[in-house]
Design a protein around this ligand. Structure first.
Ligand SMILES: NC(=O)c1ccc[n+]([C@@H]2O[C@H](COP(=O)([O-])OP(=O)(O)OC[C@H]3O[C@@H](n4cnc5c(N)ncnc54)[C@H](O)[C@@H]3O)[C@@H](O)[C@H]2O)c1
Length: 407
């Protein structure tokens, strides 16, 4: 990190893997200067790595990195890199994050952090030992409507929270010709939709309502074979005609009953959470409905800028009011001057980049952190055990999560 004459700080950025997320992290860093001109933090895109040569080249020629390598160790050994974005497939997350921490690099790692609870705990311990800042790709929590909802809940506007219903329904693999990317292979991904989408939902629940303590889960695999997609090509949305069929090794659908230990207003809350990567109809319907003794609220990522809030018990007009995200809710006002002019998915990553770099610069730690990821991974691992054993499983409290900080 370098302090400049004008009082700004330059932070050297390394990127590991230049797929969908690697490109998005890079755009997020680059957009900080436009969205947050007063931030005083200047990310400098220094060094990217990808084993696919075309993607390494793209990092320099399109995204603006100063240099690129095939081996991620080159990024971690680069003295001009202060922070590293880890956007590799899941099986590399823990290995790279532990190596980043040992190299003294703060890291922003995509979810899920590793292939389960054990790998996530190893990253948590390495980060704590090295004293580095961590941030997790739990982007949905930054949506201004979600930040507003979290505040409504904490302020007691919905009363005592009784139950939550959530879904992460995507159609990216609804077509049986949908590609067998690394996401479907257990050794490369860990769990299927549990790690890929349910983890986001668990984070949203824990961010707004506090910890999930118990889980009873079921899972199913709808398509047991898919056409293979080589690593480093295409995306997991790809549809392949006449490809070689290989087995799908993890679940397409997961459902869970949950019991929360919760925060101050949600201590006895229960709920149902579902995730699917083969839903037909919903495109990216990532929804959360929260019910309390004095009202309720609904949010869905497909309409990210809307929140539906009940009028409250005893109000003249019972039912839901459609509230548009607007300046004053989260960081909305930094992106758009007025309600109705919508923010999008990429903007959530700009907010995530800002929170990460502010924490790295020693300012307020508003970022998600590795303890949030550990907590979510414990719930996901409990769900996997529950589905396999057909019984309730518990998830122990985790210290240092941002849900705990907010309490
Ligand atoms: N937060 C979110 O909403 C969100 C959305 C999509 C993906 N993700 C997560 O981001 C991660 C990456 O997903 P993606 O969709 O960008 O994947 P992708 O398949 O588009 O890209 C992965 C990249 O990793 C590269 N790679 C493979 N092995 C490597 C190695 N040894 N060293 C360096 N690079 C290597 C590949 O060549 C490829 O370019 C996953 O963990 C995924 O779960 C998060």
């Amino acid at each position: 990190m370098q302090k400049n004459d004008d009082g700004t700080i330059t932070i050297g950025v390394g990127l590991i893997s230049v797929g969908w997320m690697g490109q998005l992290h890079s755009r997020a860093y680059s957009n900080l200067r436009y969205v947050y001109p007063e931030l005083g933090i200047r990310p400098r895109l220094v060094h990217a790595a990808d084993t696919a040569p075309a993607r390494a080249t793209e990092a320099v020629e399109v995204l603006g990195y100063e240099r690129a390598s095939a081996d991620y160790h080159e990024v971690l050994n680069d003295p001009e890199v202060d922070v590293v974005s880890i956007c590799a497939p899941n099986f590399l997350h823990a290995e790279i994050a532990v190596a980043a921490a040992k190299a003294g690099k703060h890291f922003w790692v995509e979810k899920p952090v590793g292939r389960g609870e054990d790998e996530t705990r190893a990253v948590s311990e390495a980060a704590a030992e090295a004293g580095v800042v961590s941030s997790i790709g739990f982007n949905y929590r930054h949506a201004p409507a979600i930040e507003h909802l979290k505040k409504l809940i904490a302020d007691g506007e919905l009363g005592r929270i009784t139950n939550v219903r959530g879904n992460m329904f995507a159609d990216y693999s609804a077509d049986p010709r949908g590609a067998l990317s690394w996401r479907f292979i257990r050794n490369l991904a860990g769990s299927g939709v549990l790690g890929d989408l349910m983890g986001h939902l668990v984070d949203l629940v824990q961010y707004t309502l506090g910890p999930i303590a118990e889980v009873s889960a079921i899972t199913s695999t709808v398509y047991t074979e898919r056409p293979e997609l080589p690593m480093g090509s295409g995306t997991h949305f790809a549809v392949i005609e006449n490809g070689e069929m290989k087995p799908v090794e993890n679940e397409d659908y997961a459902g869970m009953l949950v019991r929360l230990s919760g925060n101050a207003v949600a201590a006895d809350a229960v709920g149902t959470l579902e995730a699917s990567r083969v839903a037909v109809g919903p495109r990216a319907s990532y929804g959360i409905e929260i019910y309390g003794t004095n009202g309720s609220a609904h949010w869905d990522f497909e309409r990210m800028n809307e929140l539906h809030i009940s009028s409250g018990l005893g109000a003249a007009h019972q039912g839901y009011t459609r509230v548009m995200a607007s300046p004053g809710m989260g960081d909305f006002g930094l992106f758009q001057p007025g309600a109705g002019t919508s923010m999008g998915y990429d903007d959530l990553k700009v907010i995530e980049a800002k929170k990460f770099l502010e924490a790295v610069a020693g300012r307020a730690a508003l970022n998600s952190n590795i303890q949030d990821a550990l907590s979510a991974s414990q719930v996901i691992s409990a769900a996997e055990r529950s589905a396999a054993e057909r019984r309730w499983e518990s998830s122990a409290p985790v210290a240092g999560t941002t849900a705990a900080i907010a309490d």
